[in-house]
Design a binder for this molecule. Sequence first.
Ligand SMILES: Nc1ncnc2c1ncn2[C@@H]1O[C@H](COP(=O)(O)OP(=O)(O)O)[C@@H](O)[C@H]1O
Ligand SMILES: [Mg+2]
Length: 251
Amino acid sequence: MTPSHTNLTAVPSHRVTDEIASVVLEQDGQTIHLRLDPLVPEPALARFDPAYLPSQAQVVASGGRAAAWFVQLASLEAVLRHFKRGGLMARLVRERYLWLGLERTRSFAEFDLLRIMWQAGLPVPRPLGAAVWRGRLTYRAALLTQRIQQARPLGQCAEPKVWFEAGRVIAQMHQFDVWHADLNVFNLLVDAQDKVWIIDLDRGRRKALTAMQRAENLSRLLRSVKKVAPELESTCWHLFKQGYQAVFNDA
Ligand SMILES: Nc1ncnc2c1ncn2[C@@H]1O[C@H](COP(=O)(O)OP(=O)(O)O)[C@@H](O)[C@H]1O
Ligand SMILES: [Mg+2]
């Protein structure tokens, strides 16, 4: 890649897997690691900066922690997320995480998990890029995914067939042995064709799942229904469970 930023020396890509480029850059004595889908246009590093004007970044108003933007990557619409902490730790270290190796950084781990799921045909947004700014002991991280058009959160959706479909989609994710760390009604998006998408795989894992871990995912989702749209528990939750069960019965 040929970054247009001054003061950047590109070290040649050390690995290219499945068309995904892994790039290492040095900037002001700091090391920056990128994973890039070929769809990400140059200058690639700038695409992780919401202040980069051609991105026309718009803050995502709903659902997140105020660190997500809709961005324009040339003609492609994407979502840029900067990883930020919630809760008490946020006051101390808002966006720095302890370095435990590149594969375990929040953005690379989510990118790699999304990529496996996307390649398997699961309804997750295509991961476009991951960035890690490495300090001595800590790092900052950012992720780009393809934007799901005209998406609304499942919590704002009262159509029974959509809830049945959401159940099917979560069952497929579980059959693929993925555990979602934050399954809630904002992390399931419904598009204009009523297709249900799973987003926010931050801290998700691919591992052999026990029945208890699957049930724990579902009860977290139900807690979120009760909190955000309690009326949906009586009108739609049973359909979610039917959709979920239908996939396991077919297996
Ligand atoms: N690929 C996407 N397409 C459309 N909207 C998205 C997409 N990814 C995230 N969003 C929106 O951004 C919000 C925040 O993103 P998310 O990945 O859930 O991060 P977090 O909840 O940790 O802030 C989501 O609730 C959703 O509204
Ligand atoms: Mg979320």
